[in-house]
Design a binder for this molecule. Structure first.
Ligand SMILES: *[C@@H]1O[C@H](CO)[C@@H](O)[C@H](O)[C@H]1NC(C)=O
Ligand SMILES: *[C@@H]1O[C@H](CO)[C@@H](O)[C@H](O)[C@H]1NC(C)=O
Length: 156
């Protein structure tokens, strides 16, 4: 819950986080050096849920993991990636063994039931997932402090 509330805050209050755009996709590196892509697009309730994670560098798009019927991931990713459903909606894809050999500039894409988002991240700019969690938590508590402050100001 805290997680989804904070993501929403980050979308509507870009002042709290310097890169202003609200993205439904985040990319980070886990402690064990796996690449994690979180896709926060929620499946529409009346549709069959499906997901597809892919990336491209240059013009070539490679499917990493998918359960869209009729679509399949590239063979090199087959035993290397897993997808789990996120509690608050959306999907998390984890990819093992490619972090060190990423091209300089990679565009990560995800699709959930037809809706899609993408983000381009340079290899050097990938951050640790632990840092992301910290950032979200700290901007959330920052926001609460701000609310308390305004509440206090207007009621005294
Ligand atoms: C894809 O996976 C999700 C989550 O496991 C599941 O709910 C959905 O039905 C799957 N979709 C297809 C087309 O198999
Ligand atoms: C990386 O990709 C983005 C978006 O396609 C592009 O604007 C940027 O110039 C690229 N950077 C490098 C160093 O190639």
């Amino acid at each position: 819950i805290l997680h989804s509330v904070s993501y929403t805050l980050l979308c509507f209050l870009p002042v709290l986080l310097i890169p202003a755009t609200c993205k439904l996709i985040t990319v980070c590196i886990e402690d064990d050096n796996d690449l994690r892509v979180d896709c926060l697009i929620k499946a529409r309730p009346n549709k069959i849920a499906s997901y597809e994670f892919s990336w491209s560098s240059g013009t070539v798009e490679s499917v990493i993991n998918t359960n869209v019927s009729g679509s399949s991931p590239e063979a090199r990713f087959r035993d290397k990636s897993t997808v789990e459903e996120l509690e608050d909606g959306g999907y998390r894809m984890t990819l093992t063994g490619f972090t060190d050999t990423l091209p300089h500039n990679t565009t990560y894409m995800c699709k959930v039931t037809g809706a899609s988002d993408d983000i381009t991240v340079e290899k050097d700019k990938l951050i640790a997932c632990s840092a992301v969690t910290f950032l979200i938590k700290s901007s959330f508590s920052w926001f609460i402090s701000l609310l308390v402050f305004f509440f206090y100001q207007t009621h005294h």
